[in-house]
Design a protein around this ligand. Structure first.
Ligand SMILES: Nc1nc2c(ncn2[C@@H]2O[C@H](COP(=O)(O)OP(=O)(O)OP(=O)(O)O)[C@@H](O)[C@H]2O)c(=O)[nH]1
Ligand SMILES: [Mg+2]
Length: 272
């Protein structure tokens, strides 16, 4: 039996010269797109279909995006738009970070766009071959990334070399895993059982004598997983409690590499 087609669209993003096209070529096993050490080589977002392990993928190589203020010519503006549209069309984003430069402001902006768009995200540190390392280097680097991109603790990281091929064979496995997490559906009954438990363990604080009540919850969608909590009064849902619920959802279900959304709806209730 063939596995269901899940991992659809992958887009590779990152600043100019980080190695996006090199990675695409390595994954395809051929020199499909142009690689050069001149930043700005790729001008257009190029879609390539390929198969791996009986599964089909479409991978999009994008033009490296520069800092906003420096975008002068129209061709470049157009290629930025194409890169953003490529993100919109994909399920999983491979965000390439240059090991020799660390996370840049531009990286934060691109990854922020993918996060807001609810995309599956993997942080891929490329050019790992250029780093002088000992047994602590990877952990330190990872810690640094987590600090820089504090809003996306959920994204897994990988350390690769698109030049030597180091760990590239693991990328598609991780893409499949994140795509699965990104489209996970939780049974309403399971969800509500857990929500009751979470509220019991940590009841919402009162606000001017009134307490938030969660009446029930349901998953409204996937890609990204979106949860609707029906409550007695939406103004009583504070940021900290929302974060508590998000943490509990992640603890129970993982959703690795995927943002999750929480929507709060007020449900009018008869007075007791
Ligand atoms: N040492 C080393 N060099 C790399 C690696 N990946 C890419 N390069 C080199 O970095 C340069 C840029 O690679 P590209 O793949 O063209 O980079 P890109 O991100 O597609 O660049 P743009 O299309 O200009 O945005 C080339 O000279 C590559 O050979 C790597 O993992 N290690
Ligand atoms: Mg390129």
């Amino acid at each position: 039996m063939t596995k269901p087609f899940k991992s659809g669209f992958i887009t590779i993003v990152g600043r100019p010269n980080v190695g996006k096209s090199s990675l695409v070529n390595y994954l395809l096993g051929e020199e499909r797109v142009i690689v050069s050490d001149i930043p700005g080589t790729t001008r257009d977002a190029i879609d390539t279909k390929f198969e791996h392990d009986g599964k089909q993928y479409i991978i999009i190589d994008t033009a490296g995006m520069r800092r906003k203020g420096r975008i002068e010519d129209l061709t470049e503006q157009y290629s930025v738009i194409r890169s953003l549209r490529a993100i919109d069309r994909s399920d999983v984003i491979l965000m390439l970070i240059d090991a020799t430069e660390g996370v840049t402001e531009q990286d934060k902006r691109i990854v922020g766009y993918a996060h807001e768009g609810g995309k599956g995200i993997i942080l891929v540190v490329n050019k790992w071959d250029l780093i002088e390392k000992d047994d602590k280097t990877m952990n330190l680097f990872e810690k640094e990334i987590r600090e820089q991109l504090s809003f996306m603790q959920y994204a897994p990281t990988m350390f690769i070399s698109a030049k030597t091929g180091q760990r590239i064979n693991k990328i598609l496995e991780l893409v499949d895993f994140v795509a699965e997490q990104h489209s996970t559906r939780i049974l309403t009954s399971t969800l509500n059982e857990l929500v009751r438990e979470w509220v019991y363990l940590n009841p919402p604080p009162t606000d001017k004598g009134r307490r938030l009540k969660i009446l029930y919850a349901t998953q409204a969608g996937v890609k990204p997983p979106t949860f609707v909590f029906f409550v007695n009064d939406h103004e009583l849902m504070h940021f900290s409690y929302r974060r508590y619920l998000e943490n509990q959802l992640r603890e129970s279900f993982g959703f690795e590499g995927s943002p999750i959304r929480i929507v709060v709806r007020q449900k009018d209730e008869k007075r007791e």
